[in-house]
Ligand binder design. Structure first.
Ligand code: SF4
Length: 261
């Protein structure tokens, strides 16, 4: 995809869904290298991102300013009174785990997708654009190894495109692009309590951020569980932390829909 191709259609606004990880970071760099400036960059914060992701967003804001790109707009779910309502609080209030633990992806839709849609729906530029018959082009940072995740999400408001697949960028190309831009390589982004976390990641988190593991296991203890044993679905994270027993990740079949590794 070339700038001329993307901007020749004046009935488009360009938006990047920034996930806080390697791929969407690389996509921003690739766009900059091609002279394609997005109109919006959004990051949906569930309230449960890991500290390294919040730090990476700060680093990216500085880089975006340097290259004259728009800053990342951080969007969050709010309740009917306009107060931020986190996924963690939702789980605690309703004695449950994130829906991924039960095999569903509503947590991603509710805490990632909906706040971003709401931002665009309330944005005057977007409203005027839609009114004049235009569409917003959402750019998603999948690499060539993730083409199985590509779906046709086009509708009367949005075109959804996958620039890095068009560029032929693999995971390695993404890492190289980040090095080229002189940015730190981001660690994987996801909620600290995401049921898709692997055993090694849970153990690493326990070493790095024990207070977050305490909050995740408090969520497990608070949940009324019948279908699953805990955040690991067939096991509780508390068991993983408490013992050196062998657990395997084979129980965790569902990938996190928010993955931006
Ligand atoms: S990172 Fe995991 S827990 Fe958080 S919203 Fe996405 S799927 Fe749900």
């Amino acid at each position: 995809m070339k700038r001329s191709e993307m901007k020749s259609d004046l009935r488009q606004l360009l938006s990047v869904s920034f996930g806080g990880g390697t791929n969407s970071t690389a996509m921003l760099i690739g766009l900059w290298e091609r002279g394609i400036r997005p109109d919006f960059i959004t990051f949906a914060d569930t309230g449960g991102e890991k500290p390294h992701t919040y730090k990476h967003i700060e680093d990216m804001q500085k880089w975006l300013k340097k290259v004259s790109f728009p800053e990342i707009v951080i969007v969050k779910k709010v309740d009917k009174n306009g107060h931020v309502y986190t996924l963690e609080q939702d789980c605690m209030d309703h004695n449950k785990l994130p829906s991924l633990a039960y095999g569903f992806k509503q947590c991603s839709q509710k805490y990632k997708g909906q706040p971003q849609d709401k931002f665009f729906n309330n944005n005057d530029l977007c409203k005027a654009h839609w009114k004049s018959g235009g569409k917003i082009t959402k750019m998603i940072g999948y690499d060539t190894g993730e083409s199985h995740r590509i779906k046709d999400y086009n509708c009367n408001k949005y075109n959804v495109v996958y620039p890095m697949v068009e560029w032929g960028w693999s995971r390695e190309d993404c890492i190289e692009a980040i090095d080229r831009a002189g940015l730190p390589q981001p660690s994987k982004s996801s909620c600290f309590f995401c049921p898709a976390n692997k055993i090694a990641e849970i153990k690493e988190m326990n070493a790095l951020y024990p207070e977050l593991i305490e909050r995740a296991t408090a969520m497990e203890r608070n949940a009324q569980l019948t279908q699953v044993k805990g955040l690991g679905r067939n096991f509780a994270w508390e068991s993983v932390i408490a013992t050196d027993d062998m657990f395997t990740d084979s129980y965790i079949q569902l990938a996190c829909g928010c993955y931006d590794g």
